[in-house]
Design a protein around this ligand. Structure first.
Ligand SMILES: Cc1cc2nc3c(=O)[nH]c(=O)nc-3n(C[C@H](O)[C@H](O)[C@H](O)COP(=O)(O)O)c2cc1C
Length: 172
């Protein structure tokens, strides 16, 4: 798929068909995700693949009851790795590892389109609860839960602001 088409086509999918996604597809998508840039190429991000129904239920609870998390056959939880980024000190811990994770999250959303899969970036969750559910070490911070599956419903694009309101020429 042409990149510009993919960028325009991607939507947050919150409804999935009851159809599995095989492990090779998920691994391929994560391989593309890790081709995203990262600070110092330290790749300060980790990917937890969740298929277990009970774990998905717990993630759903941690994410304020967003039930489509349970509907998806697979969830990828993307974590920032504060240990791997440690050569960059405080800026690494507070910013770079979140950016490393976020860049890879967007790659997951876009790469999934090439497999006809839908995704949603879920960021509203209790971090501590997600960390407990997934046995995260204290140096891993969950950044997003991404449910992945074949879309049941593809919504229209939510409106975007007039781009002129977002662009500043030369200075703010
Ligand atoms: C940081 C971040 C957090 C988000 N958290 C949630 C979430 O918890 N639940 C949800 O349904 N969508 C979440 N979204 C998806 C947005 O709601 C969605 O991207 C936005 O409404 C635009 O729609 P689109 O993705 O279809 O273009 C999140 C997106 C981002 C970037």
């Amino acid at each position: 798929m042409e990149l510009k088409v993919a960028l325009a086509k991607r939507r947050s999918i919150r409804s999935f068909l009851p159809k599995d996604v095989d492990m090779k597809t998920i691994t391929d998508i994560i391989r593309y995700a890790n081709m995203a840039p990262s600070a110092g190429n330290l790749q300060s991000r980790d990917f937890i693949i969740v298929r277990d129904d009970h774990t998905k239920e717990e993630l759903c609870e941690a994410a304020l009851g967003q039930e489509f998390i349970m509907e998806a056959p697979v969830c990828i939880v993307v974590c920032a790795n504060l240990q791997r980024i440690s050569p960059y000190g405080r800026r690494g811990r507070e910013l770079y590892c979140i950016q490393d994770a976020s860049a890879s999250i967007d790659h997951i959303l876009l790469a999934s389109l090439d497999y006809n899969l839908g995704t949603c970036w879920v960021g509203a969750f209790h971090e501590k609860r997600v960390s407990d559910v997934l046995d995260l070490p204290d140096y891993a911070r969950p950044v997003a839960i991404i449910p992945i599956g074949y879309p049941a419903v593809v919504p229209p694009m939510p409106p975007r602001m007039d781009i002129k309101k977002l662009i500043h020429l030369e200075k703010w």
